[in-house]
Write a protein of this length. Structure first.
Lengths: 294, 337
């Protein structure tokens, strides 16, 4: 891996690691509770200072504490939505490829219907009518709308896998379907799924932030990066700190996830080459057997 | 039932859907294999021999399918009518297959020991330890030195010959009555080839298993077969005991195959070849499928596809020349040997 990429990977991992630690330790790290209105008279919309590194908002809440707690929500939403995504995509995609024939065709058609509907529009439409969206509901919504592209990739990869000689050979030795899936197919799908999952985390975080910023996602007084952005939207000229800090946090996190996803993908591909194996670890292209034939 | 054959294939048809409708890759193949017999299935690439082998385990890759009317009876059981679970139980246990390319036929992310042990665990109640021990023992039987250490290695860490031995171990570990070997030596060096064939022969003597060996190499046929089935364009064109086939081939295709083998002590300037190439399934000629490449083709050959007729005891050929032997002279085309 070129050194520039490696540095990027290290920085991403460092940032994400920091984020996870912060999120876990938020209750202890934040100087104040995220919804505590400290002093409506004197601490109203104060610029960043030593006492309040990220300033205060219109309700005199400490923005630093809010951002720290926002990390918890963003991370949770990102990871949970990505997990739901990957599970749905994996089950549906692999199931379709293994079913084969007419069932597979029908399932792929349904997938195309899902793919043709723009995710953002669906989310906007649903959240507009949903009062008091809770975090679990948001996770469910994000997970349920984002699995279509990954499912298609999984279906293609599984279909190619099933045609591999070693899968046919395993079936020829009488390996039952469930064991075939667990022992022979899933290990070859893990790289694909983990790279997809990493990018999904980035998508979910960006979407949650975006929806909450528009006022459609999580609602105040919940402190997520999106809701802080929402609070600061109308006062961007005067209370810039309400936009800059959560915005920066979101951008850095999404970038870090992307960098990590790229690095993972390179890692798996390099693995593939290094062992000289003809496995289909990441690319579903059927490998060419070694040219030992006359 | 000691009299009935171990394997009885009757009117096997395998078809693939295509733009112009169904195309038959295997067109009415019938043969039997007795218990403990060693049969070779010979033919060029594309004649349908691998598909025939896969069909015995009902593993024909989709969209291909075995057509209705095909009958496969193994050890008294109807394979075509078998439910999923008995079929799965049969595969790898009573009927096993050795694949052609050991590198791609082994899972690259599992150790070879795990893969052999898996066969045991799938077909018996053995624990992980027991299955592992049996796998190591089997590796030793197939001639792998230091089997305990080898079993913990991955396929890419082994040489081609060793991988093929691993495949043989996987196929034989549950003591099948029929082993199908699909060109097991094609991907190997000639010296390793000889070792693998010796191994197969030794295992046969030891276990009394029947062997269906698919190959395009007549040298392998001479070494291993007691009976030979020759396939061309999805059909059986000749079947005979091995000495009869080599001494007195009847079908022009078999003649051509034998003539094409380079001889060490004969003076040859050019190697004999069969002109033309195997037509694809959607372009088979009317009448006899071999007539476009046959030196002896005459008018009847274009009109009527020959049936498989008796030449001698246990020797049959699909050629009009059997009934009209006076026609066996070159019709202006390149003559046989």
């Amino acid at each position: 891996m070129p050194s520039a990429d490696r540095r990027g990977l290290h920085r991403s991992v460092a940032w994400l690691g920091l984020l996870v630690l912060t999120a876990l330790a938020a209750p202890w790290l934040s100087p104040h509770a995220p919804t505590a209105q400290l002093d409506l008279l004197t601490l109203n919309s104060r610029a960043p200072s030593c006492a309040h590194p990220f300033g205060t908002d219109a309700y005199s809440r400490d923005v630093f504490s809010r951002v720290l707690h926002g990390a918890r929500i963003s991370l949770f939403v990102g990871l949970a939505a990505a997990a739901l995504n990957v599970v749905l995509a994996g089950v549906y995609g692999a199931g379709a490829a293994l079913a084969g024939g007419g069932v597979e065709r029908a399932m792929r058609r349904l997938l195309e219907v899902g793919l043709s509907v723009p995710r953002v529009l669906v989310l906007l439409a649903v959240t507009a009518f949903w009062d008091q969206l809770s975090v679990p509901s948001l996770v469910f919504l994000l997970g349920a709308t984002g699995w279509f592209p990954v499912a298609r990739i999984v279906a293609d990869a599984t279909a190619a896998l099933v045609r591999q000689d070693f899968v046919v050979a395993a079936r020829a030795t009488g390996v039952p379907a469930l064991r075939l899936l667990r022992v022979h197919l899933i290990p070859h799908l893990v790289p694909l799924l983990s790279v997809s999952a990493t990018f999904e985390v980035a998508n979910a975080i960006a979407l949650e932030t975006g929806l909450s910023y528009l006022g459609l996602g999580l609602q105040p007084p919940t402190a997520s990066w999106g809701t802080i952005l929402h609070d600061g939207a109308s006062t961007l000229g005067t209370s810039w700190w309400l936009t800059v800090f959560p915005g920066l946090a979101t951008v850095l996190t999404v970038l870090a996830c992307h960098a990590m996803g790229d690095a993972l993908r390179d890692l798996f591909a390099a693995d593939h080459v290094a062992t000289g194996s003809t496995s289909t670890l990441l690319s579903p292209v059927v490998p060419v057997p070694p040219a030992s034939r006359p | 039932m000691p009299d009935s054959p171990l394997l009885d294939v009757h009117a096997l048809h395998i078809a693939f859907p295509s733009v112009e409708g169904k195309v038959r890759a295997v067109d009415g193949v019938s043969f039997t294999i007795e218990r403990g017999e060693s049969v070779c299935l010979v033919g060029e690439s594309g004649c349908g021999k691998s598909l025939t082998a896969l069909s015995l385990l009902r593993l024909v890759p989709s969209p291909g399918a075995i057509e209705a009317g095909s009958q496969i009876t193994f050890d008294g059981h109807d394979v075509m009518g078998m439910a999923d679970e008995p079929l799965r139980a049969m595969r790898g246990h009573r009927m096993a297959m050795i694949f052609q390319e050991p590198m791609t036929a082994l899972n690259p992310v599992l150790t070879v020991g795990d893969q052999i042990a898996e066969v045991v665990r799938v077909h018996s109640a053995a624990t992980r330890k027991e299955a592992w021990a049996r796998a190591v023992a089997m590796l030793e039987q197939v001639g792998i030195a230091d089997p305990g250490a080898r079993a913990t290695q991955y396929p890419h860490e082994l040489s081609g010959g060793m991988r093929q031995r691993v495949m043989i171990a996987m196929a034989l570990i549950m003591g099948p009555t029929l082993v199908i070997a699909d060109e097991p030596t094609t991907a190997l060096d000639v010296t390793i080839q000889a070792q693998i064939l010796d191994l197969l022969r030794a295992m046969r003597e030891k276990t009394g298993m029947a062997l269906l060996l698919i190959t395009h190499d007549l040298g392998v046929v001479a070494e291993m077969a007691s009976r030979v089935i020759v396939m061309y364009a999805g059909r059986v064109v000749e079947e005979a005991p091995v000495e009869a086939l080599f001494r007195a081939p009847t079908h022009p295709y078999t003649e051509g195959l034998l003539a094409a083998v380079p001889r060490m002590f004969a003076e040859q300037e050019r190697l004999h070849t069969i002109p033309g190439s195997v037509p694809p399934p959607d372009a088979w000629p009317t009448g006899c499928k071999f007539r476009d490449r046959c030196a002896y083709a005459f008018d009847r050959c274009a009109l009527e596809e020959p049936a498989l007729v008796q030449v001698a005891s246990a020797h049959r050929a699909r050629c009009h020349l059997v009934q009209e032997p006076e026609r066996r002279h070159a019709q202006g085309a390149e003559a046989g040997t």
